[in-house]
Ligand binder design. Structure first.
Ligand code: B3K
Ligand code: ZN
Length: 877
């Protein structure tokens, strides 16, 4: 492997040492010019560690112009500078360091540090971007107060924004102006932000529970402020939720969000000045889908919630990343559950967890929620840290109960406010307030891999007892045994008719209809008493733990659960399990047509359940995804067979339920104005899900229905629903719709992204060629992450059928994109590698080609550390 720099040693958790110097205050002056920005930094430093240690600061691609210690200019002999650090020996215990550097925001294509997007200056410092702005101890446990002076051309950059409060502003000679910002809250440098440019402001205000008024400002491209109204509304709902559900109030007098088009990921929680990818902020009914609205609501909340979980209390080191991310995802999921319905939200969260995190945990990129070593921390913003991290917090709340969980969290906020801390310190708060021993719980953070849970049930009718044996096999990652984990298993019993059955737990007098057992060893036996009728077990309700539950219950039980489980998650789960078995039977070449018809009928009943909501029914209609089916067939999965089998079951359902689905599609049409709330979104989702199923049987009437849906669409949700349905049919109607769509929306970048993505996802055999062709389309700009992801991730992640083309063309395409992107944006390039790491699931002819492309990447000259780390790991050697 030939990387851009010598291969570095991994950074290891066990090597953590506290910083040698504290920064007591910092003043930054940014004299903004697109290709030659001057950054002057004044750091008040105080020694914290051993007396002899030199001062070592991080700094990358900084042209050092001047440096002084306590006003004494340093000569080149007084310091050493290499590609990543500035070292000054012989410094006193307390002193002022001033540096002046020059940087090139315009030439910064990695979009990390200070860069330009759409003619504006903006920053992205997490995880280690601040070192590209100035020399500094760029680590999260160095917290300090910032005063920031920005200076720029007044006519080109009328808005000058940074964290905290605006304390001064004014005009200067020529066309220059300045603004000075002060952030009273100590923060690590990864939360620093600055923005300069022409922006419209959408302003509002929020009165906190204690009566303080906070000004809320969302800054967007000129003319776009109406598109920020939904984000503003979501922000106010999130602020209220954090007060009522978690007792957390906002602290500054001002909260700002800025939308930028060029952003490496979703959004960033900089203190008081969140920066968002415009795709996660801007929405109106014409250009955004319900899914976009939902994402905006949840990401606005997520970044806002970081103010307490991440900003007020931050991470001691980057190994503790889940401390802020897992906890904040848990909090945003709780908010979305309130806004969108708890069951529907839980199903969506679990679906995402399984597809992304379980797959990651089963492959060569598996890592613990708290990793113990890394080369590039950017590579660890993963589904494991975020989503499994959130599941761990959810389990903690189940194990402790709501009241003890809340007490522990309150103690955490009190005790650690204003500091940088660890997962251990977090758990200690819960152990202390609940009096429980949580030492075995720590294993969830330290052990990779998804535990498997098996439940054996033996019913004795005469004695009315049900003997349960719960067993876990926890692996420490691929091919490694693991320690048992504490697993909360929520369960209930139904009878054969679907009525809930009461039972008694060991030692309990009163019967119950639901209980949570905690399996905290390899095996546990529990006897449930008072079980009057042959039971149907509904286990792991609401997905009470992130495990794979072995399914050997007979299909009969699945039908009972699908029809009647009061736990909606398990009702949905039963449908998924039945569908999975039917698809796998087809993959094996043994279609079970009798049960396919039975399944279609059961789905039909569920769709007619007046008590269930539309969003839930839409989820019932979505069969398990092709990637998840591939996991079930690992290591022999054949994506072509899976696609064909899944489509066959969909076609069977479409034929069987033709009347019902057609009826739903017609009846759910509404002439009302678009409103993004859950009820309207659910109605549209079910209508589109019905259409989507119908086109699996693409006769002329269904084709016409899809074209009609697209042509009549009065909002982007329906336009994309129609276009997606047409993409399944392919041919002339799809091409015509694509052309019309592009003509109408070509000046709206966020919509053009969708146009690229829908083509990348299309199942037609021309897709690989189409995707290759689209890289030469005039609207394809790989330097804009949203556009690149729309095409490349849309294809490699969302279209397993065509990505895994037997001739390897999909893999070659992805490897080419990784390499070309790596040359200008390593973080983004590294995020594309993942699908090639899934080779462990696929039949050997495919797996060999996937590894071949990884080897090609690894052998490339000048590879970034980001891509090198991931590609080497993905190879799994
Ligand atoms: N904390 C940021 C992610 C930063 C990613 C840096 N490579 C957004 C979030 O999780 O809220
Ligand atoms: Zn986050």
């Amino acid at each position: 492997m030939r990387t851009e720099q010598p291969v570095p040693l991994p950074i290891r958790l066990e090597d953590y040492a506290p910083p040698a110097f504290r920064v007591e205050a910092v003043r930054l002056e940014l004299d903004l010019q697109p290709s030659a920005t001057r950054v002057r930094a004044r750091l008040e430093l105080r020694r914290d560690g051993g007396a002899a240690a030199p001062l070592v600061l991080d700094g990358v691609r900084l042209k050092l112009l001047a440096a002084s210690v306590d006003g004494r200019t340093l000569a080149p002999a007084d310091y050493t500078q290499d590609a990543e650090t500035l070292t000054i020996p012989g410094v006193p215990d307390a002193f002022v360091l001033e540096t002046e550097v020059q940087i090139d925001p315009q030439g910064n294509t990695a979009l990390e540090g200070l860069y330009m997007s759409g003619g504006r200056f903006c920053t992205q410092c997490e995880a280690e971007g601040f070192r590209k702005i100035t020399f500094f101890p760029d680590r999260p446990d160095v917290l300090t107060r910032y005063t920031v002076r920005l200076e720029a051309d007044a006519s080109t950059y009328p808005r000058l924004l940074s964290n905290g409060n605006l304390v001064a502003q004014g005009r200067l000679d020529g066309d220059r102006h300045f603004a000075v910002w002060n952030d009273p809250f100590p923060k690590p440098c990864y939360l620093f932000a600055a923005v300069a440019g022409e922006l419209d402001e959408l302003a509002d205000s929020f009165v906190t529970l204690s009566g303080r008024e906070v000004r809320l400002s969302i800054y967007v491209d000129p003319g776009q402020s109406a598109r920020a109204e939904y984000a503003m509304d979501a922000l106010k709902r999130a602020m209220r939720f954090d007060e009522t559900a978690f007792g957390r109030e906002y602290d500054l007098d001002l909260f700002m969000i800025v939308a930028v088009r060029d952003f490496n990921f979703g959004a960033m929680e900089n203190k008081g000045l969140n920066i968002f990818n415009s795709s996660l902020l801007l929405a109106d009914p014409e250009t955004a889908t319900d899914a976009d609205y939902e994402r905006i609501e949840s990401v606005v909340a997520h970044e806002y919630f970081h103010n307490w979980t991440g900003n007020r209390i931050t991470c001691r080191d980057w190994f503790q990343l889940c401390l802020k991310e897992g906890l904040t995802v848990f909090r945003d999921q709780a908010f979305s559950a309130q806004e969108r319905g708890a069951a529907v939200q839980r199903i969506k969260d679990v679906r995402a967890l399984r597809t992304r995190q379980f797959a990651e945990d089963a492959g060569p990129l598996a890592h613990p929620v708290r990793p113990s070593s890394y080369l590039k921390i950017d590579n660890f913003y993963t589904a494991t840290i975020y989503e499994k991290g959130a599941e761990i917090i959810r389990m903690l709340s189940i194990l402790l109960g709501e009241a003890d969980f809340r007490r522990g969290l309150d103690l955490y906020f009190d005790r650690w406010d204003g500091t940088a801390t660890t997962v251990e310190a977090f758990l200690a708060c819960f152990a202390e307030t609940s009096g429980r021993d949580l030492s075995s719980f720590m294993t969830w953070y330290e052990q990779p891999g998804t535990p498997r849970l098996a439940i054996e049930a033996l019913y004795d009718e005469a004695a009315e007892v049900l003997d349960l044996t719960l067993r876990q096999t926890s692996s420490g990652g691929p091919d490694r045994p693991g320690k048992p984990l504490p697993i909360p298993v929520k369960l209930g019993l139904l009878d054969g008719e679907g009525a809930a059955q009461a039972f008694r737990l060991p030692g309990a007098d009163a019967p119950t209809r639901e209980a949570t057992l905690v399996l905290d060893g390899a095996e546990m036996r529990v006897r449930l008493e008072g079980v009057a009728r042959l039971p149907v077990l509904s286990a792991l309700r609401n997905f009470s733990a992130p495990v794979v539950l072995g399914a050997d219950a007979p299909p009969r039980e699945g039908y009972v659960l699908l029809a009647a489980d009061p736990d909606l998650f398990n009702r949905w789960e039963a449908g998924q399990a039945l569908a999975r078995e039917l698809i796998l039977a087809r993959v094996r070449g043994q279609p079970d047509e009798v049960n396919e018809a039975r399944f279609a009928e059961a789905l039909g009943h569920a769709l007619q359940d007046e008590a269930a909501d539309n969003a839930f029914k839409a989820l019932l209609l979505e069969l398990p995804g092709e990637a998840d089916l591939a996991s079930a067939l690992a290591p022999h999965a054949d994506p072509t067979l899976i696609h064909i089998a899944r489509e066959a079951l969909r076609a069977c359902i479409a034929v069987h339920l033709s009347e019902l689905l057609t009826g739903l599609h017609g009846a759910l049409q509404s002439g009302d104005d678009f409103s993004p709330e859950a009820a309207g979104a659910g109605r549209r989702a079910l209508r589109i899900a019905a259409l989507d199923m119908l086109v699996a049987d693409p006769h002329a009437a269904n084709q016409a229905r899809a074209s009609g849906h697209f042509d009549a669409a009065a909002n982007m949700t329906d336009a994309m629903g129609g276009l997606s349905a047409l993409s399944q049919i392919g041919g002339a109607p799809f091409d015509a719709a694509l052309a019309a769509f592009y003509t109408r929306w070509k000046s709206e970048p966020l919509v053009v992204d969708k146009w690229f993505a829908v083509q990348a996802r299309a199942p037609g055999e021309e897709t690989v060629g189409r995707v290759l062709g689209l890289t030469a389309h005039p609207a394809f700009d790989p330097r804009t992450p949203n556009r690149l992801r729309a095409l490349v991730v849309g294809f490699s992640v969302a279209n397993p059928f065509r990505f895994h083309a037997p001739d390897g063309a999909g893999y070659r395409f992805l490897a080419d994109q990784v390499l070309s992107t790596d040359a200008f944006n390593p973080t983004l390039a590294a995020r594309l590698v993942g699908p090639l790491g899934d080779h462990g699931r696929y039949r050997s002819a495919l797996a060999d080609q996937m590894r071949g492309q990884l080897e090609r990447i690894v052998g490339h000259t000048g590879l970034s550390r980001n891509v090198a780390e991931l590609a080497v790991k993905a190879l799994g050697v």
